[in-house]
Design a protein around this ligand. Structure first.
Ligand code: AKG
Length: 343
């Protein structure tokens, strides 16, 4: 069964020993982290490279000598290791391969108009913001959706039509505890106008939000999202199918404007772990496709503050195909249906 799986993936195993092995079941897509695998592989000799393709249930190791690879082959095959997802344990199977071909080293570019400002709030400010959300008592604008809990200020976001009732502002406007942050964003030129709508989303590990474009006719250009409590990988998709995973660090501000706001969808895949880069140097921005640099990061509870400015009038953006204001034949954006079902 293992060999059928590997053949299906285009992996040719060989029966004679070589320096390289495919580690079946030992992949990021299986809940095995880079460090875990290195701990298992290293005792057998010098590891020249460890290639872990994102979302695949296998990896490739190349040792400095065939002797090291033979030693790994004979003692690791059949060995169990715990998955980072504690409920499972994983049995590793090794086979020799002649060549390791899955290498893609370029990092995709950020979608145009997307910016991530690191440390927009301090750890102290983060605590104050989180403490000020009153999930328990003030629940008039709060919903427990299937995938996360949400709270709206300024205007209620309607998940049935992905829009707001512009003539029905909520009493109280935006909470005062956001003022310092919003003034900072204006002062730093990150936003041009003071937002008047706020959605607070809280995601437990395993929860997410379906890919969507915020309705053009409902909100102006800049949409900003503050990430608190935990980092996250957010997926941006272009209509041509290009998918760009973007690492959004804890305490950062994601600024979506222009093409990234109007044309690309953004969403968070519901899962408990994200594939991220190991290197300390790049903790923000697009996640590299360099398969020698990837590992898993356990998600924590993330709370995001998404600020928007209600649009007066219709949208005149440069992307009429996805603009509800400019579509002659109104093609309705499907509602975030899965979000409508309560827990
Ligand atoms: C939304 O509420 O529409 C979002 O896209 C939230 C994004 C986030 O959690 O940062």
């Amino acid at each position: 069964a293992k060999n059928i799986l590997l053949r299906h993936e285009g992996i040719e195993t060989v029966s004679r020993p070589s320096k390289s092995l495919v580690v079946a079941n030992g992949g990021l897509g299986n809940g095995v982290s880079r460090q875990q695998l290195i701990d298992v592989l290293k005792p057998h000799g010098l590891v020249e490279s460890l290639v872990m393709p994102p979302n695949k249930p296998y990896s490739f190791v190349t040792y400095a000598s065939p002797e090291a690879a033979i030693s790994a082959y004979s003692s690791i095959s059949g060995q169990d290791i715990p998955s980072v997802d504690v409920e499972q344990k994983i049995t590793l199977y090794l086979s020799f391969v002649d060549k390791v071909e899955v290498k893609e080293t370029s990092s995709p570019a950020l979608p145009p108009g997307l910016q991530i400002v690191e440390n927009i709030v301090s750890p102290e400010e983060e605590l104050v913001l989180l403490e000020n959300i009153n999930w328990e008592t003030d629940n008039s604008n709060q919903k427990s959706l299937k995938h996360r809990r949400v709270k709206h200020y300024g205007y209620e976001f309607r998940y049935d039509n992905n829009n707001v009732d512009k003539d029905k502002p909520l009493p109280g406007g935006l909470p005062e505890f956001c003022n310092v942050l919003l003034e900072r964003c204006l002062h730093q030129g990150l936003i041009k106008n003071m937002p008047d709508q706020l959605t607070i989303n809280q995601y437990e590990p395993g929860q997410g939000i379906p890919p969507h474009i915020d309705t053009h006719s409902a909100f102006q250009d800049e949409i900003v999202s503050l990430s608190l409590g935990s980092e996250i990988v957010m997926d941006f998709r272009h209509p041509d199918g290009t998918n760009v995973p973007v690492m959004v660090p804890q305490r950062s501000l994601l600024v979506m404007s222009g093409e990234s706001r109007y044309l690309w969808t953004h969403g968070i895949t519901p899962r408990k772990f994200d594939v991220i880069q190991v290197s300390e140097g790049q903790k923000v921005g697009t996640v590299s496709k360099n398969t020698e640099e990837l590992t898993l990061s356990k998600r924590g509870t993330r709370t995001s503050f998404t600020f928007r400015k209600i649009r007066a009038g219709s949208c005149k953006c440069a992307f009429p195909l996805v603009c509800d204001s400019q579509q002659v034949l109104q093609k309705k954006t499907p509602p975030l249906v899965s979000d409508l079902e309560p827990e």
